[in-house]
Design a protein around this ligand. Sequence first.
Ligand code: GLC
Length: 489
Amino acid sequence: MLKVLFIASECTPFAKTGGLGDVIESLPIALRERKIDARVIIPKYSNIPAKYKKEMVHKKTFTVPVSWRQEYGGLEVLQHEGITYYFLDNEKYFKRDGLYGYFDEAERFSYFCRGVLECLPYLEFKPDILHCHDWHTGLIPLFFKTFYQQQPFYQNIKTVFTIHNLKYQGVFPMEILDDLLGLDGSFKGDEGVEFYGKVNFMKTGIVYADKITTVSETYAEEIKTAYFGENLDGILRKYEGKLQGIVNGIDYKKYNPETDPHIYVNYRSSVVKKQQNKTKLQEDLRLPVKDVPLLAMVSRLTRQKGLDLLNYILDELLALDVQLVILGTGEPGYEQALREAAERHPQKMKAYFMFNDALAHKIYAGADLYLMPSLFEPCGLSQLIALRYGALPIVRETGGLKDTIVSYNEQTGEGNGFSFTNFNAHDFLYTIKRALDFYNNRRPIWNKLFKNAFKVNFSWNNSAQVYIALYEDLLTKEEVKGKSRLKLF
Ligand code: GLC
């Protein structure tokens, strides 16, 4: 049985701030269903709900070298819905409010990367693949090759590094090279950890991993260009031979309008039942109950998600006969602008600045259109959830949005949503108006599009197979790669 250890800084339902957490939950489940022994390790944050913390079993205490420091390492294990989860415990680093944003982020995640490698012999599970995700785990391929690979237990393990968002890279002063990573000057430079004179965790993952993936094919191409490359496009072009784009899926059991316990009326591609969900949602949110198009957004409220475009056109949009519901948290400036807009248009717009899973499901079920005008979007999960619930996505053609949403084509009748190309507020508004026209004046076409949304499949079915092929490929190339790597160090 192929054994894969997922290493990440978040995983639903334990700790989540965004889509990364969902993927670290749902992909291992999908792999497990395909007979891959996939397990997960994350930090033991104090915010993990108490009911899970109570069930954790302490497995081992060990020491983690963080350069010259000798830190405590605790390995905790929990079985949850058929998956084995490991948690790396150290209260000095992880007994804090929230997941991120501390002064010693470099030290916390240097510790995490070293700690994960130190605890492998105690898992009672020797992974074939270390599958690392985003910058917090970027040092693992480097540490693995430098400190562990030669030891008998660690031989033949391969590393995969997945980029979920190139924007966040983990960039710190060069002093940490010695002080936290315990490495000398030979690791600087283009071929090493260095990025404009600093240490870059994301770049380190890219350079040292055996394989790099990102979460859609389009994003894999985009990040090789200066516009999307966040200054790493050169390095990504250099390593493009080991870079592959694999689109994310969503958990089709969790997001299933036929069985979803959170929504008002269960349905599958039924216009009437969808309408009933909308009516109930309007009642709950104290919006006028009537047959107007209901637009929605469930999102982190950041620049990435195209909030600038939305803000720019809000008043023009709300002058139309529509309703708008927003759910999410994010940058205070965006929250403020949305709050004020909702106050200006109380009969048309509601905005909730919080996480609320049950409400999110109700919104997907009740909405007609789902707005996602992202500036960039590595994959995007909510457009896939929206499709699953028959809320037609309006997206900007970038990254995963481009790979998953096909704009309605009047000639061929194909399409599962609407899209626009340029990051331009009035192109966005124009596209919304185009969609509204079908809803208001050409209902048969609208209903056909609604049915189309249910015909696509973005479960993990395909992508899990692609990951398995990638793992297998990596392991069969073992001999050759092993030799060339030995020469490196
Ligand atoms: C990040 C990206 C998002 C992607 C998610 C999971 O949150 O911004 O596009 O869907 O990671 O890979």
